[in-house]
Write a protein that binds this ligand. Structure first.
Ligand SMILES: [Zn+2]
Ligand SMILES: [Zn+2]
Length: 500
């Protein structure tokens, strides 16, 4: 059958996205889609059409995992261009991206940063509870209230016919799950798990709370199974760019890097949100958005609101009181408002709070405007950091066991105190998931104060810098896909097809 890719059921994008690092970036910022985080783009094989003129460079690197490619001895001729030292026979050559890189085994380092791509390969699953399922202290409320629970996370999805993803931690004892976006393929297997990006699940949670008032996991899983055939999954109305990229392997097309960006932690969004928050006590959202000295804060009060100049006699709008002008504006979108401002001086000045409505209506996915919800806790941690922490704990536990044996033999009177100290140490271990969420929240602006935000500034900042905000492009795309899923869940519920 060959490699067969399991993708995110919520957004349609792969879990195996690669990145070709650019010169000067650390090794950890280059990885391939096929071998996972321990592999890297090879400077040989079918993807190497880059030339020195494209800025192509080669780095010497020791692979951490097995790769089927041979060492390409011909590349030794390019040794002057190789960065790194101390080559030996176990070294391989890594393709490092130039500004015009053509390599398609990953998105190019010049076009997207590793920070923007954070979490693009992090997956998690929902699994049906078995009859022996018992609640655990870290369960979320929706796990207790629905028929499904969350697994741990993984940073690599194997081919569907080869293996299933390794999950960390083994929540409810599950360290592997039969994960597939197309459950009907496994009609003879036990329950299939629904895989998704943790960030996409965050967006599902937000929209489900908004539309249903709760997180409807039974509804989501009913949709997953009811539309679980190849054809249904393949014809779901995802963004056309998703369909263009979803071949046997994910195609990393230039210009579509946004598909792999983190839609929650968006490096370039933070400064815009932060600078829109106003600390000055004199700030008022009823003040004028534009700096027009001849229109001093006319929206602060309704007195003297009628224009009496001679212009007013020729301009119907200028004859209207401010309240009525604002009522007219209340029905218009940003483009119509811009046109109206060109047509009449009556709308030259407008209050800042107007853009609060425009942001909500035109960018509903910019949840910082209307919600105080913190990001889904599992979006704040990576499988790699959980694996590192687990390995470090196991090494310490091993050490403790060895020491306990020595103490038991050499100073038996100390054994009791030693065991107590060990138990205290284990009990006092930090909770890495909670710590990681707390650290993420320290730097993230996840909500904006209604009375202290310059909504006009935020609106213009986002529209002006739209091309730099790839994470928001992706957020808008996933939001749209999840809106459609929510619509279908509602339909199935009305048809009585959703399990209780
Ligand atoms: Zn996704
Ligand atoms: Zn290249």
């Amino acid at each position: 059958m060959g490699y067969s890719e399991v993708r995110c059921r919520l957004c349609g994008v792969s879990f195996n996205i690669g990145r070709i690092r650019r010169p000067g970036e650390p090794q950890s910022e280059g990885w391939t889609s096929v071998t996972g985080p321990d592999g890297f783009a090879l400077a040989s094989g079918k993807y190497t059409s880059c030339t020195i003129e494209d800025g192509y460079q080669i780095a010497v690197r020791k692979p951490k995992c097995w790769m089927e490619h041979e060492r390409d001895e011909a590349l030794i001729n390019l040794v002057d261009n190789v960065e790194g030292e101390d080559e030996d026979d176990s070294d391989y050559y890594e393709h490092v991206a130039g500004p015009n890189c053509k390599n398609e085994s990953g998105y190019k380092g010049y076009l997207i940063t590793a920070k923007e791509m954070k979490g693009c390969n992090t997956l998690q699953c929902l699994v049906r509870k078995g009859s022996n399922w018992r609640p655990e202290p870290d369960d979320q409320d929706f796990e207790l209230q629905n028929n499904y629970f969350l697994t741990g996370i993984s940073d690599h999805m194997p081919s569907r016919d080869i293996d299933s993803p390794k999950l960390i931690p083994a929540r409810h004892g599950v360290d592997r799950a039969q994960a597939d976006d197309i459950p009907c393929i496994h009609m003879y297997d036990n329950e299939v798990a629904m895989p998704f990006h943790t960030a996409c699940f965050d967006i599902f949670m937000r929209l489900s709370r908004l539309r249903f008032g709760h997180i409807d996991i039974n509804g989501l899983m009913s949709w997953y199974n009811l539309e679980g055939e190849w054809l249904s999954v393949g014809t779901f109305p995802h963004d056309p760019n998703v369909r263009r990229s979803a071949s046997q392997w994910w195609e990393h097309k230039t210009g579509l890097e946004y598909l792999a960006t983190n839609p929650i932690f968006i490096p370039r969004l933070g400064p815009s949100l932060r600078s829109a928050i106003q600390d000055s006590p004199s700030f008022n959202t009823r003040a004028g958005a534009f700096s027009l000295p001849e229109f001093p804060s006319i929206y602060r009060s309704s007195s003297n609101s009628r224009t009496t100049s001679s212009e007013a006699s020729q301009d119907f709008f200028q004859a209207l009181p401010v309240e009525l002008r604002m009522e007219v504006i209340g029905y218009l979108g940003s483009k119509e408002i811009a046109n109206l401002r060109l047509a009449t001086r009556a709308f030259r000045q407008l209050p800042i709070y107007l853009w609060h409505r425009l942001l909500r209506e035109e960018m509903p996915w910019l949840w910082e405007v209307w919600s105080n919800d913190v990001p889904y806790i599992w979006t704040t941690i990576s499988a790699a950091s959980l694996k590192e922490e687990k390995a470090a704990r196991e090494a310490i536990d091993q050490e403790l066991t060895t020491l306990r044996t020595v103490i038991r033999q050499e100073i038996p009177e100390m054994v009791e105190a030693w065991i107590q100290a060990e138990q205290d140490l284990v009990a006092g271990r930090p909770n890495s998931l909670l710590d990681s969420q707390a650290a993420a929240l320290k730097t993230l602006v996840y909500s904006l104060p209604v009375a202290n935000t310059n909504w006009y500034q935020l609106y213009t900042d986002i529209t002006r810098h739209w091309s730099d905000l790839k994470g928001l492009h992706n957020r808008r795309r996933i939001w749209k896909a999840v809106e459609e899923i929510i619509r279908r869940i509602r339909m199935y519920r009305e048809q009585g097809k959703v399990e209780d």
